[in-house]
Design a protein around this ligand. Sequence first.
Ligand code: AMP
Ligand code: ZN
Ligand code: FE
Ligand code: FE
Length: 290
Amino acid sequence: MTSRTGSAPRIDLHAHSTASDGTLTPAGLVGAAFDAGLDVLAITDHDTTAGWAPAVGALRPGLRLVRGAELSCRWSGAQPAVPLHLLAYLFDPDHPELVAELARVRAAREERGERMVGLLRADGIDVNWPDILAGAGGGTVGRPHIAQALIRAGLVDSVREAFGPDWLGERYRLPKEDIDVFRAVRLVREAGGVPVFAHPRATRRGRVVPDELIAELAAAGLAGLETDHEDHSPAEREHVRALAAELGLLVTGSSDFHGTHKTVQLGAFSTSVEAYERIVAEGVTEVASG
Ligand code: AMP
Ligand code: ZN
Ligand code: FE
Ligand code: FE
């Protein structure tokens, strides 16, 4: 594959827009990827494909777009269940069962967000749900939107602080009604998509799943592991890379860009051409190009 710059192609397979909790619109995200010199961008908003059409509409020559999503999942093999994220690439966005499951998760996120705001208000913290919902602008709502309300109210200084244990990281965090991860892998494959486990070893975010579970997911149809991600330490990256090699899974690297909701920049980590081409070969939806 050719690159826009003549050097190695730059492939970033994980980014968020205002269709979920990023701060750039889908079109703005595509423009930023073009300006950053990327060759391939994947749009992977939480539990939605709403950003796909406007992102495709904004494509520019030389930039390719992998249409995807990041599914909110859980593994019930531990108590309480461990939340985890599954990237799904190039699936049929009209697959009825998957569409219904994503709609259910988005509705459950709204209900959960409202309950989290109720907990904050019960402690006398002045945030309100209508403002937070408006702040999400119709996109999939999540803790980053509540974090922005805490910042607006002057209660915390940064997103990092808002995700600390005294706030949304623990004290006011409620579980979501996530998709069972085995069901999610099966649904993504049924919809012709390619499932990749997002930041599987991100211990800094909380509990992670055991390697045995990843082996079971590989047997159930998982295609790959996101290895190079800012939430993995160098040792965690090496561990995930070795596990992927052992299980015959592909490895990806990506920024998980969220605009100004996070500090990481587009293209901060990237995926090899070989892994990208495996994903493209396995997915039912075409890569879009400008
Ligand atoms: P939710 O899906 O509502 O549970 O919120 C999780 C989202 O918050 C994910 O998209 C993460 O990218 C983001 N997030 C989690 N931890 C942090 C953090 N420490 N700083 C900034 N964003 C975070
Ligand atoms: Zn997010
Ligand atoms: Fe994630
Ligand atoms: Fe993400």
